[in-house]
Write a protein that binds this ligand. Structure first.
Ligand SMILES: [Zn+2]
Length: 299
């Protein structure tokens, strides 16, 4: 079967079984149909499909089988299909979990860490495997919440797709290979997004952390020292984790007191390092607090 036929069949199936709106995609995962408005004079109001032609990207997405077939007929080079996010009836939200050994990014692990830290239970939902070994997790969302399409906001390597975005559907071929269904096709439906994850996605900015000590607002110029201290913690063997964390924290706060390092930044980095070596949150927090009190005095 040709990639085109395979993509069309899968697109039709996604539309029929889930009422997803779909568009044909090129090998580069971009909308396969070019805009019919390229020759419009400047200042022409932006058309999002009102003209009735094809080529408006994700705005063309439809679950009407005749229209899907017509779009694919107009795009014989299509090898995949995109599923529009953030639209009725499901208000699909996609979490794109990137895995790239070269860039040292692992979105799957980062999301797992985040959920463990925040106590978020992650229910089973539809999972797509990408050709590069990453995953897409699909969720349904509420109709009245706008979720920004953002890369790396909730965790490194974790991108959010919602309104105005699309997800490459299973059965699509990209330049690097096939997108396939990783979850059991019979057992799993698209699950509503956990409330706490949604809250993280819609948060405008990370809350600023409390200021540590009176002399803490020093400029962040101690980068190299901090990297070394983080490494010292990461290299800790099981029995010495807490001691190393305490020692590294004292050193970091001494640098902060001397104005060579930002205390908040140091505390963040050491908290992450403590988590990475498996120190319980409460223990790490207590250790950092006593080191801070020791060096900077109680806040
Ligand atoms: Zn138009």
């Amino acid at each position: 079967m040709s990639d085109w036929q395979n993509a069309l069949d899968n697109a039709l199936q996604a539309a029929a079984t889930h009422e997803f709106g779909v568009i044909p995609l090129s090998l580069r995962k971009l909308p396969a149909l070019a805009s019919p408005h390229k020759v419009d004079p400047p200042g022409t109001p932006k058309c999002r499909g009102e003209c009735g032609r094809f080529g408006h990207g994700v705005h063309d997405a439809t679950s009407d089988p005749d229209r899907i077939r017509a779009m694919f007929e107009a795009a014989r080079h299509a090898t995949g299909y995109g599923i529009a996010c953030g639209r009725p009836p499901h208000y699909l939200i996609g979490l794109d979990l990137d895995r790239d050994a070269e860039k040292q990014v692992d979105g799957v692990w980062e999301l797992r860490k985040l959920c463990a830290r925040k106590g978020i239970a992650v229910p089973r939902t539809v999972i797509i495997r990408t050709p590069r070994g990453g995953y897409h997790a699909w969720w349904t969302g509420p109709s009245d919440v706008k979720v920004p399409n953002r890369a790396g906001q909730i965790a490194p390597g974790v991108d959010v797709r919602h309104s105005g975005g699309y997800l490459v559907g299973p059965g699509s071929r990209g330049e690097r290979g096939l997108y396939t269904l990783a979850s059991d096709p019979d057992a799993v439906t698209v699950h509503p997004i956990p409330e706490q994850l949604l809250t993280l996605m819609t948060a405008t900015k990370e809350q600023p952390r409390r200021i540590v000590g009176a002399r803490a607002a020093a400029p962040a110029s101690g980068g190299r020292a901090l990297v070394a201290l983080v490494k010292f913690v990461l290299d800790a063997a099981e029995g010495q984790r807490n001691n190393r964390l305490y020692w590294a924290a004292c050193k970091a706060f001494e640098h902060a007191a001397a104005g060579r390092l930002d205390a908040n930044q140091a505390e963040d980095a050491l908290t992450r390092a403590a988590f990475d070596i498996g120190l319980p949150d409460k223990e790490a927090e207590a250790t950092l607090r006593s080191a801070r009190d020791e060096v900077l005095g109680a806040a």
